[in-house]
Ligand binder design. Structure first.
Ligand code: SF4
Ligand code: SF4
Length: 354
């Protein structure tokens, strides 16, 4: 079958954040320097080449963009300043849009005004809700708790499941990889290990284990806060251990994300040089989640929330924007697709698949 070329691909990819990729003269320095690139799975040079040539289908069926943890070494050493690290990041954004059946990921990635409009609509909806229950704190807290459970369930079934199936179709089915059924179970360990420990990012930036540690703390704190608020009902519990645990994890989220935000502001590393709106929304909303959750619980404990309901309305707005916009259609999805990317790559590497 003839290879399809999309001559407008580099223009399209620019909307997802590529910078100067056409300057690449194919020297291979980036691949040589990348500590995650192997003989079998070589990148990012090949991805830069495919992008410059507009080989859209090749890219769509590739898992390589998910294998990059963006240490930025390739960008630092590229003699042409073609920014291969940023290209890999842009491909992840583009792939996210391709997997998403709703088409909303692509629209939100490409349009900042649309993202702001979506955020504003959610804010107005929260205000309407608060007004509809006459700003009754008990009812707002009750709704907020169930909103999280319902939102997680809906996102899983309606958005993530079909999108992950699309990813599987592009990368496994369309590449004619025959994976015996039992391997889907035996490789599950890799899925969860990568998901919870992000251990490969340690190899990505060997000189900087602190970055890996920060990511690890963030992932574990975020998942713990989710568990504490959804399953242990943090805002309603009297259990002192749960209360303290919630304080600790929300504070950790705040501390790590404030460091991420300051790095992005300073642009002191190559990976922070070209932040897209989706990167900003991700770190800032994560930071707001941590701090507003912390303050709501603090206001409850010092008996101030009843007279300061605005605090909970702010938290509910941040939570709703996070759950409805950023988690299903923004950068949060990279966490999920990367974990499944590693899982599918493992399936492809198992002897017996072809
Ligand atoms: S992106 Fe830069 S380092 Fe990589 S092949 Fe192209 S010119 Fe060479
Ligand atoms: S950013 Fe790091 S992991 Fe990603 S391709 Fe470049 S060198 Fe490899």
């Amino acid at each position: 079958m003839a290879t399809k070329i999309n001559p407008a691909f580099s223009k399209e990819l620019k909307k997802y954040g590529t910078v100067n990729m056409n300057a690449c003269y194919n020297c291979g320095t980036c691949t040589a320097i990348c500590s995650l690139s192997t003989n079998d799975e070589s990148f990012p040079r090949e991805m830069v080449r495919n992008s410059v040539l507009g080989l859209e289908d090749e890219i769509k069926s590739s898992l390589k963009p998910w294998e990059c943890y963006y240490c930025g070494e390739c960008t630092t050493n590229c003699p042409q300043e073609a920014n291969p690290g940023e290209l890999m990041m842009s491909l992840r954004r583009w792939l996210t849009a391709k997997y998403d059946w709703t088409g909303l990921s692509g629209l939100l990635y490409k349009s900042l005004p649309l993202t702001i409009l979506a955020m504003a609509i959610v804010f107005v909806a929260v205000l309407f809700f608060a007004d509809s229950v006459s700003y009754n704190l008990e009812q707002m807290l009750h709704f907020g708790h169930y909103f999280e459970i319902i939102a997680i369930g809906i996102m899983m079934v309606v958005i993530f499941l079909p999108n992950l199936l699309t990813m599987w179709y592009f990368t496994i089915v369309k590449t004619n990889t025959k994976v015996p059924f039992k391997y889907y179970f035996t490789a599950l360990k890799d899925l969860f290990v990568n998901m919870f420990t992000q251990k490969r990012s340690k190899d990505c930036d060997e000189k900087n284990n602190f970055r890996w540690l920060e990511h690890l703390v963030l992932v574990l704190s975020y998942l713990s806060l989710l568990f504490t608020t959804v399953f242990l009902n943090w805002f309603a519990t009297n259990n002192v251990f749960v209360i303290i645990f919630g304080y600790v994890v929300s504070l950790l989220i705040f501390m790590v994300t404030i460091h991420f935000v300051s790095d992005r502001v300073k642009k002191n590393k190559s990976l922070n040089k070209f932040s897209q709106p989706s990167d900003w929304f991700f770190v800032i909303w994560l930071l707001l989640m941590g701090i507003t959750a912390f303050l709501v619980r603090l206001f409850i404990d010092i008996d101030l929330l009843e007279s300061n309901k605005w605090m909970y309305i702010i938290h509910l707005t941040v939570l709703a924007q996070w759950a409805i916009i950023i988690v299903p259609f923004g950068k949060w999805t990279h966490f999920l697709y990367r974990s499944f990317g590693m899982y599918f790559a493992k399936l492809k590497s198992i002897k017996g698949t072809k």
